[in-house]
Design a protein around this ligand. Structure first.
Ligand SMILES: [Zn+2]
Length: 277
């Protein structure tokens, strides 16, 4: 069984996996193939490229990043193609490349609170010590967005920002109606969501005429009605935190959103933690 799922006529998807491997996609055009996010390591990228080749698809000539978190970009050097990134992502790639990724440096960053123990554990597991981390810099840098024509298929890259990472961009694949989200809908590394950033982002996401949504760490691809349902839960959670009201029949996702909006609420302004019934 292939590790790849064919989502649509022109889009292949490799689901996320341990320790922190995100979703990867390829959009396959008549002239070019484009990779969407590069994965957590050279090994992760190779698994993807081998599976793509087994499907008879041409090797990607470039990769475009959703954001600069290590698990989405450390595999970029393995591709050996052009790296396309938002200006903020490009700047962070330079910083990641200059960082020390030894076990000692990871331990120091955890001890000083710069990184979580979970982050260090994931890096250790994905890239066993002694590790060499080669972070490919960006070749093509965009600001608001960029359209990439692959031949019979177009990828519209748009910067959307959000609480998870200010550099977040999404990729809309046409005519396949697939929207590749990365982690943009997730909370911040500190576990917070804010109404100021989350709702304009939700509006931007729903403005694409997408039918399938690929999330960075979601085990399954989401339909438009499921995405609308998820965003509605976000709105219910934010309102409950703002008004200090109870939520009837809160499920796990709504509870997670309540926790994140609570963490993101300006202290002193948030009423008591919403009860769930
Ligand atoms: Zn991320």
């Amino acid at each position: 069984m292939s590790v790849l799922t064919k989502l649509s006529e022109r889009v292949y998807w490799m689901p996320p996996g341990p320790p922190d491997r995100p979703s990867l996609c390829a959009a396959v055009g008549d002239r070019r193939t484009l990779m969407l996010d590069a994965g957590s390591s050279n090994a992760h990228t190779r698994t993807f490229l081998d599976a793509l080749s087994a499907e008879g698809a041409a090797r990607p000539s470039a990769v475009v990043y959703t954001h600069s978190h290590w698990d989405h970009v450390f595999g970029g050097a393995e591709l050996g193609g052009h790296v396309i990134a938002h200006a903020l992502t490009a700047a962070q790639l330079i910083e990641l490349a200059a960082m020390d990724w030894t076990d000692e440096a990871l331990d120091e960053r955890v001890a000083s609170g710069q990184a979580s123990p979970q982050h260090a554990e994931h890096v250790r597991e994905e890239l066993p010590s002694p590790r060499t981390v080669e972070v490919a810099p960006a070749d093509i840098v965009f600001h608001d967005g960029l359209d990439i024509e692959l031949g019979g298929v177009s990828v519209r890259v748009r910067h959307v920002g959000g609480d998870h990472s200010a550099d977040s961009s999404v990729m809309y694949v046409e005519p396949d109606h697939v929207l590749f989200l990365g982690d943009c809908l997730c909370d911040s590394p500190a576990g917070a969501l804010t109404a100021e950033l989350a709702f304009p982002l939700c509006d931007a996401i729903l403005a694409f005429d997408a039918e399938l949504y690929v999330e960075g760490h979601g085990a399954s691809v989401v339909s438009r009605s499921e995405m609308q349902g998820l965003i509605e839960k976000m709105r219910i959670a934010e309102r409950a935190v703002r008004e200090g009201s109870a939520i009837a029949e809160a499920d796990e996702e709504t509870d997670d959103f309540v926790r994140a909006f609570w963490a993101g609420a300006p202290r002193g302004e948030a009423p008591s933690y919403p009860r769930t019934e």
